[in-house]
Design a protein around this ligand. Structure first.
Ligand SMILES: Cc1ncc(COP(=O)(O)O)c(C=O)c1O
Length: 445
């Protein structure tokens, strides 16, 4: 059986939606000739020549409001304050710190994270990318607990490294690789909309998924950590009750709870960390927007009492304390704070959601809206009874929006994944809603 893929869209068909100049056509050709082809990245359908604020621009200068951004565009592309910080760091002639030397930007960043993270999380480690950060957290959990298995959710994605792919369970990234990391145990994602029992009562649904979790834990006493996004990749928002129960079960069995906030940290969900909506985990993993869309940087923030591995190396990365990356990340956090982006994401997220809910009243195609803050998803269905995924309409609407200058990706073929830069304005949200409305009028059967 082919395992389901959590990302699904027909990239090639988008080519038709975006006219390509000679410059772009030639660049696509060169790209296709020089990069190893792999699905979801090469060949591509268009080129980007500029990225600024909430927008990207293609080879013809056409602008797209970017509701995808691979999640790096939290403070907007080429954020002027972040650019100044990186320029200053270069001017200060401190762009790298060899191992055994610390440096001021790295220490200041670490202290800042400890100050803004949920209470009790006050030690950090940095590394180049999210996948590595997930693996650092996992190795830390294994070494601290003395156990070797992991628990995570089917369909999740936690990075492209081998351990991270093993922890994630999106079949697309695993098929054909043979045995993955031993001891990676998986669970079903709580699904309030399309669960197999057709239930709608949240507590009943939570209790059934919690029962499954309890069974896995009972049969796998060697589990060191439960690794999960606090809000799932399809923007499903588990209840606080669910996370409280999960945390209680984990605590009872000496399992560390690790929240992958690579996508959600730094305001996206209307809180600085999505964990603040639910419970404080043992470790939070950060990445993507942490590097301001300028440098790759990621890390973990964990409890003081996990600081017991001084005889081991769990994150022996060349760029572990890179001062340039640290200066960028500190500027990102400063910008989130000085511009009140957390409150902005909360308010504008609510406004965006209300606009989507109005559309839902008019268009049967919209089966479900999920998410929190500026982390929204719209599940399109052929009819609301069967909840069959409306993949064709979703593809058409994505193409229509792309044509009108809005870029987003589809998840599972039918879910519009709407994640703008947090600097997006109310007028830009109105533009998205209006464009979607036109798309729904055109492609609702
Ligand atoms: C939730 C989540 N975790 C981890 C990762 C991996 O991050 P990176 O690509 O920086 O390794 C991603 C990347 O898409 C992600 O979305």
């Amino acid at each position: 059986m082919k395992t389901p893929v959590n990302q699904g869209e027909n990239i090639r068909s988008l080519r038709a939606e975006t006219a390509t100049s000679d410059f772009t056509a030639e660049l696509l050709e060169r790209d296709s000739k020089v990069f190893f082809h792999q699905t979801l990245s090469s060949p591509v359908f268009n080129a980007v020549t500029k990225a600024e604020g909430a927008y990207i621009y293609d080879g013809e200068g056409k602008q797209y409001l970017d509701l995808h951004g691979n999640g790096v565009h939290t403070v907007g592309y080429n954020n002027p304050k972040v650019v100044v910080a990186i320029q200053k760091q270069i001017a200060d002639t401190l762009t790298f710190a060899p191992r055994r030397f610390t440096n001021l930007p790295a220490v200041e960043l670490a202290e800042k994270l400890a100050a803004i993270a949920p209470a009790g999380l006050n030690r950090v480690l940095f590394c180049p990318g999210g996948s590595e950060a997930i693996e650092m957290a996992t190795m830390m959990a294994k070494l601290v607990t003395g156990k070797w298995k992991t628990l995570s959710y089917y369909g999740s994605f936690h990075g492209a490294g081998f351990q991270a792919v093993s922890i994630g369970a999106d079949g697309h990234f695993r098929e054909g690789l043979g045995p993955m990391m031993p001891g990676a145990v998986h669970l079903e994602l709580p699904d309030y909309y399309r669960n197999p029992w057709g239930w709608t009562d949240q507590q009943q649904i939570d209790d059934e998924y919690l029962r499954q979790l309890k069974t896995q834990i009972e049969y796998n006493p060697e589990i060191a950590a439960l690794i999960t996004e606090p809000i799932f990749y399809n923007s499903t928002v588990p209840t606080r009750y669910y996370w409280e129960q999960v945390q209680a079960m984990c605590k009872a069995q000496g399992i560390l709870l690790i929240f992958d906030e690579i996508y959600t940290a730094f305001g996206r969900t209307g809180k600085m960390f999505a964990a603040e909506h639910f419970v404080t985990p043992d470790i939070i993993v950060i990445g993507k927007g942490f590097g301001g869309g300028i440098v790759p940087f990621a890390g973990i923030i964990g409890r003081e009492d996990l600081n017991v591995l001084e005889h081991k190396s769990i994150g022996h990365y060349t760029h572990e304390k890179n001062p340039l990356c640290a200066a960028v990340s500190k500027a990102v956090i400063d910008f989130v704070e000085s511009e009140n982006l957390v409150a902005h994401a909360q308010e504008l997220g609510q406004y965006f959601r209300s606009g989507l809910e109005e559309l839902q009243q008019k268009f049967e195609l919209i089966g479900n809206i999920s998410g929190l803050g500026l982390n929204l998803a719209v599940d399109l269905v052929t009819d609301r009874q069967s909840k069959t995924r409306a993949t064709e309409a979703a593809q058409q609407i994505m193409g229509f929006c792309m044509n009108r200058g809005i870029s987003f990706k589809l998840i599972q073929g039918n879910i519009l994944n709407l994640k703008p830069a947090l600097v997006i304005t109310k007028a830009e949200v109105d533009f998205v809603i209006e464009t979607l409305r036109e798309g729904f009028v055109q492609f609702s059967s």
